[in-house]
Design a binder for this molecule. Structure first.
Ligand code: GAL
Length: 826
């Protein structure tokens, strides 16, 4: 039925009929191969998803903003370099491709974009067929009346305005574009919902609602249903229902249901077959869903499947570090697996609509999601931000968010905004109610929230009270006071912590406080002792979750470093990415990863020592040692000499000594240090001597239960390579992340090494990206060479279209070192 001139991959995931067999088959073609141009004169072949700006070069001139960041309490405008990543994402971009469509009669044809950055205008055969504005929104363009039999040309033009974002938005067709053809009367995946109505002991009652597309009001036909258990492959016929009219509201049982949760991400597929009144098949559609319920109330807090739990979440911006914003399943899987190992069970897609790919991964790996929409409404946070579009587009964007995503079991709440300036006004409250009602109309099963940063004003205006879930960004010290004023009786830490650190950078003396070491070198201390004026260290949030029954969870800012927003170095060049991440931009864990893991992961032990123990020149100087562990007590030894046992101080509680005059956080360094004693074990006066730093952990009964050590590194001897995967699949942009480090003869990493590493990839794959996690590095992510940052970097390798072996060779020319690894492509 359809041939593609430009090798776009043809696949059909929703049909039971063979391809090309009949005009009634649903066909989905992933349009991967495009030509791309910035000026519509010079063109290059690219594969979509594509981010045109990620190769750089980094330059402070891109999107140099002279602004006062009101959210940070700034009054005076200053020059902010790197605010949106210092990459060339601004301006126009053009994509073009061809598809051949051999059967056009009585076919509905549409293009499904999962987002296009930004302001996409779509042309088919030279005629404008559709457009959207917000770069994050999934949208569909009906091109039925624009196509011709044979070759069809599709063009997409994009435009990114400067000063439109507070982070790196990326640029281009950065999410998949699908061509979908169906019969004129068809099932519409956005208008078909499956949800759990009731969970009983051995049975779940599910509802199925659908509105047919292209059908007359008096449509007569039938809908056949079958249920597939994705884990076992067992399929059960659920029977056929008659349809009278376009709408169908029905239901079906799932017997002995396997519930969906982060711990048990069980999925089912509902297969629907639509036929006309003569039994002629019109369409078929498969919907993946999970059986699960969500509820939130003042007595039991947030409940998944009737069980109360507090969300242990992180906020994520949408970039994938050195891949930019071009979505990639393997990269998302890596993130979600790392987060799960930390004990994280939820993400917030701050501050925009997520990709379908990310939601699919969250469904199948088990990660709850707060799906967000906007960073601003009418009042601008950036000169050309979403506020330009809000009045005309916000309802359409919310509708697309909910309709495209409501069958994902992972999504447990919608968010209509982040730190919306209107929160203190009546007008803001009216908009909040409107957007929340819209979400409810489209999806009565999920609560709606938003992140508020000026809670006092938001309570005065009624803005906070109208929300299903009041979301607090920071300001833990307000919780006890404000909960009495919130009719909901519970609150969510929609954004927490904003602790800043750079992987492997330890600064002396260790100073606790509001970014005390900023303005020096573009780095923050990895001792996890620095926070922003509005924020705090992780401990305050841990205590709020552990001790206050009315809290329902938290979302830490952020799981990973992201491109842009280099606070506290907003005015410091060359900083171009954030310091907030628990993981760095390369996805390497910072020490903080182990602090969260020690509290959140209840299934594995954590015993992590910091800092590294290679400090030539610091002999005899105070070099504090911290241990992040779930064990209650630890003894520390330096070269066999005990430095004493330290036990967690479980009696420490969060103090809320009245509401501060300023909205900026009043935590003193002394308070922060005291709070830390409940979760960190600290030896502040250790004197450095080279050798071995060893810890022995004890349980509550004084039994020795664990041991760990770090050694002083000697001379560099080898390069070490750790590939996260050694078998990749061909033809699906599959990736391996290969960590490279410089080690001594014992395998200890040289923790300050900055040697240049050259990379060569040959065989069945290609070099994709390189990143060292240094927020001040201006080296390109897409050239196969980079310096180590504190002894490490990560190379990303992509499988090609054919089976075989990928050979990766890394070299440190300065020391004459070389290491290689083979990755199989199957
Ligand atoms: C919050 C904001 C985030 C980020 C963060 C940095 O106020 O919602 O987008 O800017 O601060 O701490």
């Amino acid at each position: 039925m359809m041939n593609l001139l430009n090798k776009n991959i043809l696949y059909c995931f929703l049909t039971s009929l063979p391809l090309f067999a009949t005009g009634q088959t649903r066909m989905c073609v992933n349009l991967r191969n495009w030509e791309f141009s910035r000026d519509s004169i010079h063109w290059q072949a690219v594969t979509v998803p594509h981010d045109w700006a990620i190769s750089g070069p980094f330059d402070k001139k891109w999107d140099l903003q002279t602004v006062a960041i009101e959210q940070n309490g700034e009054k005076e405008k200053t020059e902010k370099s790197g605010r949106s990543g210092a990459l060339p994402w601004i301006g126009r971009g053009f994509y073009t491709t061809h598809v051949r469509i051999d059967e056009v009669d009585n076919r509905h044809v549409e293009l499904d974009f999962d987002g296009a950055m930004a302001e996409p205008v779509v042309y088919v055969n030279g005629r404008k067929a559709g457009h959207w504005a917000y770069g994050y929104t999934p949208f569909r363009v009906d091109i039925t009346h624009y196509i011709i039999k044979g070759d069809n040309r599709i063009d997409v033009s994009l435009n990114n305005m400067e000063a439109s974002s507070r982070w790196y938005p990326g640029a281009g067709l950065y999410r998949p574009v699908m061509l979908v053809t169906t019969s004129m009367v068809h099932l519409d995946s956005w208008k078909t919902t499956v949800s759990t109505l009731r969970l009983m002991r051995n049975k779940a009652l599910m509802t199925l609602c659908t509105t047919l597309a292209g059908a007359q009001k008096n449509f007569h036909g039938s809908l056949k249903m079958s249920l597939l258990d994705n884990a076992t492959g067992e399929e059960k016929d659920l029977g056929t229902s008659q349809m009278q009219g376009r709408n169908f509201n029905g239901g079906f049982p799932v017997v002995e249901p396997k519930l969906w949760s982060p711990e048990t991400p069980n999925l089912y597929t509902l297969k629907l077959t639509l036929a006309d009144n003569e039994g002629q098949e019109l369409d078929n559609l498969s919907l993946r869903f999970g059986v699960r319920t969500i509820k939130v109330d003042s007595i039991h807090g947030f409940q998944l499947n009737g069980v109360s739990r507090k969300m242990q979440g992180v906020c994520l911006h949408h970039d994938l570090g050195p891949l930019g914003v071009a979505v990639n399943k393997a990269a998302i899987v890596r993130q979600i697996k790392q987060l799960k190992d930390m004990g994280c069970d939820a993400i917030r897609t701050s501050h925009n609509l997520p990709s379908q790919m990310q939601m699919d991964v969250c469904d199948s790996l088990g990660m709850m999601v707060m799906a967000e929409s906007f960073d601003m409404w009418i009042y601008p946070k950036c000169e050309n931000g979403y506020s330009r579009l809000f009045k005309e587009w916000s309802d359409k964007d919310i509708t697309a968010l909910v309709e495209a995503n409501r069958n994902h079991p992972s999504i447990v709440m919608w968010s209509i905004g982040n730190e919306i300036p209107e929160q203190w006004s009546y007008e803001g409250r009216v908009i909040a109610e409107h957007l929340q009602n819209l979400c409810h109309r489209l999806d009565p099963t999920r609560p709606v929230t938003q992140g508020m940063d000026r809670a006092d004003e938001a309570i005065k205006s009624g803005f906070a009270q109208v929300m299903d879930v009041p979301g607090y960004n920071y300001r833990v010290y307000r919780y006890d006071n404000d909960i009495k004023r919130l009719p909901q009786g519970f609150l969510l830490g929609s954004e927490t912590a904003s602790t800043v650190s750079s992987r492997g950078v330890y600064k002396f003396p260790v100073v606790w406080g509001v970014t005390p070491t900023a303005d020096k070198d573009g780095q923050c201390s990895a001792y996890d002792v620095e926070w922003c004026p509005w924020s705090n260290l992780p401990e305050q949030d841990f205590m709020a979750m552990a001790d206050k029954p009315y809290t329902i969870g938290q979302f830490v800012w952020t799981g990973y470093d992201y491109l842009g927003e280099p606070t506290p170095y907003d005015e410091y060049w060359p900083s171009r990415s954030s310091y907030f991440g628990i993981m760095d931009l390369a996805g390497l864990p910072k020490d903080r990863f182990y602090l969260y893991r020690s509290v959140w992961n209840k299934n594995a032990h954590t015993l992590h020592i910091l800092p590294h123990w290679t400090w030539p020149g610091r002999e005899g100087q105070v070099t504090p040692v911290f241990v992040y562990t779930d064990y209650p007590e630890v003894e520390l030894f330096v070269n066999g000499k005990s430095q004493g046992k330290v036990k967690k101080n479980q009696s420490v509680r969060l103090e809320t000594h009245g509401i501060p005059k300023s909205w900026l956080d009043p935590t003193t360094p002394e308070e922060a240090m005291k709070y830390a004693t409940r979760y960190r074990l600290m030896w502040p006066n250790v004197k450095y001597e080279p050798g071995e730093l060893k810890v022995v952990a004890y349980d509550n009964h004084g039994n020795k239960v664990g041991e760990s050590a770090v050694l002083t590194a000697s001379e560099a001897r080898w390069l070490k390579i750790d590939a996260d995967r050694t078998v990749l699949r061909k033809g699906i942009d599959d990736l391996a992340y290969v960590s490279v480090s410089l080690i001594d003869k014992n395998g200890t990493v040289l923790p300050q090494a900055d040697d240049r590493i050259d990379v060569q990839v040959s065989g069945a794959g290609t070099f994709q990206a390189i990143c060292n996690g240094d927020a001040t590095s201006l080296e390109s992510f897409t050239r196969p060479t980079m310096k180590l940052f504190n002894g490490k970097l990560v190379v990303t390798v992509k499988a090609g279209e054919k089976k075989g072996a990928i050979h990766l060779v890394v070299r440190d020319k300065k020391r004459g070192l070389k290491k290689s690894v083979s990755i199989r492509v199957v």
